[in-house]
Ligand binder design. Structure first.
Ligand SMILES: [Zn+2]
Ligand SMILES: [Zn+2]
Length: 269
């Protein structure tokens, strides 16, 4: 069942990737090469994070849960599946409920990735992007998956939503994530106060950390940034340079980037 969902997700991932790649060729926002610097490395991150890391975290989570059950560690604690807050609601409402609630939790996690120094070290990989396009959506450290999954698992589990609603949220999240990073001049018009976009997310990748820790932490929804005063959206254009201060000494190449910051060996002097 789960293996089938993973297979279907990978098909959707391929489809959405091709769609964004083609759209960028037809109506690009900035003048950029398709095979820009780091493109082939990003193909690795797409395959690695799109398929293997999620499965690894799932496997580790299942192992931990059965270990906890065997040792009686969770005895007396309520079963999160028993709350089932959204169970029985129409599927579309379940989709909306999971989308909004999960995105809100993820907005906080993304804030933490920027504000907690050791978490920022892991998040630097995503911000090492120098030219934004759809594929940058999957350039992130495997530890981010561990952090996001472990902190969103419980809040999502208590909702008790149908697997189909969870799957639709995953696909919709991938579509908006791909678009946020794509080289397309999309701003969603009046919907910009609700939905994140390429025009908004590009400022999250600005080399200058606006407001100290950066701005526009939204994942799928921009709503939280507008509500909590972390939105930054000048009238036109984009940042002069993407990245982060000091990125010249960030390790290059996949093996070093997989290991950083757990081992700091190999960092350019
Ligand atoms: Zn970030
Ligand atoms: Zn990004």
């Amino acid at each position: 069942m789960l293996a089938r969902a993973v297979r279907e997700y990978v098909l959707w991932l391929a489809l959405l990737s091709i769609l964004c790649f083609v759209a960028e060729r037809i109506r690009p926002w900035r003048a950029q090469k398709a095979l820009r610097k780091g493109f082939f490395e990003d193909l690795f991150w797409l395959a690695w994070n799109g398929e293997f890391v999620g499965l690894g975290v799932l496997w580790a989570g299942t192992r931990l849960a059965s270990l906890a059950a065997r040792t009686g560690l969770l005895e007396g604690l309520p079963d999160p599946d028993s709350f089932r807050l959204l169970a029985g609601a129409p599927l579309f409402l379940q989709f909306l409920g999971v989308l909004v609630f999960k995105d809100f939790v993820e907005w906080w996690i993304h804030n933490l990735l920027h504000r907690v120094p050791w978490l920022w070290e892991f998040h630097k990989l995503h911000h090492s992007i120098e030219e934004l396009d759809w594929i940058g959506n999957f350039r992130f450290h495997w530890m981010e998956v561990v952090v996001y999954k472990s902190l969103t698992w419980l809040p999502v589990a208590v909702l008790g939503a149908d697997g189909r609603a969870l799957f639709a949220v995953a696909i919709f999240g991938t579509l908006i994530g791909h678009l946020n990073h794509s080289n397309l001049a999309i701003g969603w018009g009046p919907l910009r106060y609700v939905l994140n976009s390429p025009r908004m997310h590009v400022w999250h990748h600005d080399r200058i950390p606006r407001g100290g820790h950066g701005r526009n932490f939204g994942i799928v929804l921009s709503l939280w940034d507008w509500i909590f005063g972390t939105a930054y959206w000048p009238r036109s254009g984009g940042p002069e340079r993407l990245g982060f201060e000091g990125m010249e000494s960030f390790p290059a190449g996949i093996p070093r980037r997989l290991a950083y910051p757990l081992t700091r060996r190999g960092i350019a002097k």
